[in-house]
Design a protein around this ligand. Sequence first.
Ligand code: SF4
Length: 395
Amino acid sequence: MTTKKLNGTVIVTYRCNARCSMCNRYKAPSKPEEEISIETIRKLPKMYFTNITGGEPFIRTDLKDIVRELYKKSDRIVISTNGFFTDRIIDLCKEFPQVGIRISIEGLEKTNNEIRGLDNGFQRGYGTLKKLVEMGMKDVGFGMTVQDKNAPDLVPLYKLSDEMNMEFATASLHNSFYFVEAKNIIHDRPMVAQNFENLINELLKSNSPKKWFRAYFNHGLINYIYGQKRLLPCDMSFDTFFIDPYGDVMPCNGTKDKEVMGNLNTQTWEELWNSKEAEAVRKKVRCCDRDCWMIGSVSPAMHKYIWVPAWWVIKHKFLYFWKKKKYSMYENKIVRDYRDGKVTKEELDKCSTCDMKAVINDGLSDISREQLKDGSGEEIVAADIISQIGNNQNI
Ligand code: SF4
């Protein structure tokens, strides 16, 4: 019997209206009829934190029902969205003012719209965030996936979020079945790391302990883009899980192929969580060498191994109080080694999960894949949205 509260991510749909350059999920949508039902959501365990994500979760017209059900079993809920469905987001926040909203904004206007492939994506996302702040929502913020193209926008975007008193969550490029992508890679590591260093120093300057721990997370991102071992162990599938639109429970969203612990449509949570299949997945996680550094797997680890980030924070915030620049990316040996020519770009590239020859697994069910015979993922989702909201929106 599972008694401990878990950390869960519910992928409510694989449908998405954005066209992000680092994620091909929009080409491989789930079929609405197959997507996780309220009955299956009722079977989830107690959670101390739940992230609702997609695809674009607000494509689902029953998202409010899902959130209502999840609040019966979760202490805190954060929804990750591209911010396109402004009216739906505002409507949901009126009923659930305690919910967290993270809108993905990939840089200032021009960069964001190029990366996300939505002409008015920045104005739409930023406008939605502003409205949420005006409504008095407390837990809202930006989410940015840092890559070569948008790294220079990192600090300006952080400052924009700070002025509006918003959260600022960062990530970097990852490859996995979830993103339907294996070719993501950072090319100019020193330039991207320099921008992370600038952000870390901004965060350390603040008076907010939460931001000091965010600084540690961003330090881990520098380590990640240089292809090094994770700074903290990965305990996904032990007290953390993901569930996909088909009810398949998985350890995380970072694996190359979909790893399944069981299916909640057909099993109870206890059967699934204590099954042989779940144990086999846990064994694989124990020797997983993908070394992801995404908030979904790092946040639980930062709580569990709190003394590691706490010591880093004490060192950088307090012991270095006399230093003008509290953090330098050259504290990382690998960054110095690359600067000093002791390691080559090719060697670092080999340490990443980028694989130009990989056969990409999209994790779709046979029924969802079948629909792609009649049209592309983009066409199917665009038609779907038009049928929901009419033809007057830029999809
Ligand atoms: S490192 Fe952890 S989060 Fe990444 S793929 Fe492996 S098990 Fe998943």
